[in-house]
Write a protein that binds this ligand. Sequence first.
Ligand code: GNR
Ligand code: NI
Length: 171
Amino acid sequence: MSRLTILEFPDPRLRRVARPVDAVSDRERKLAADMLETMYDARGIGLAATQVNEGVRLLVLDLSETRDDPKVFINPEITERVGSQTCEEGCLSVPGVYAEVDRAERIRVRSLGLDGEPFELDADGLLAVCIQHEIDHLDGKVFVDYLSPLKRRMVEKRLKKQKQRDNEPVA
Ligand code: GNR
Ligand code: NI
């Protein structure tokens, strides 16, 4: 397994729309394993292929306390949305930024597993938030897109400054 580099907002590659996987193969299994390693290392609860510069519709999640319940979704589709909830979200591609986002409270998801077999899942609460957040990534969307233009510009400025500081030589 290998750890992958996570793209950071406002990288334009986060705007690409991912293509469906046409047959689940060892290539997707290797990508999923590398993405899980990357997600665990970064202490995230989810990761979409877009974030590691892979243009396929694949995402991984683990919402367990013990970090031992990996889930992989290939070509996921939300087939039902019910109600709404507000959650403070963060994103591994937008480090240090947290903001409230409204999403559906309950969803039904249709997806392929790593074995290539279809499955359906009903999700609510944080699991539903996380799946919606990850599918957004596959569609080229980032959670800061839901903020007001003013807040979004503030986030962009803050990240730009942070990046400048990261690049300054040590005195
Ligand atoms: O680790 C993550 N935590 C999180 C918290 C609230 C709502 C969504 C998320 S997803 C995020 C990992 C990530 O950036 N996935 O794309
Ligand atoms: Ni994210």
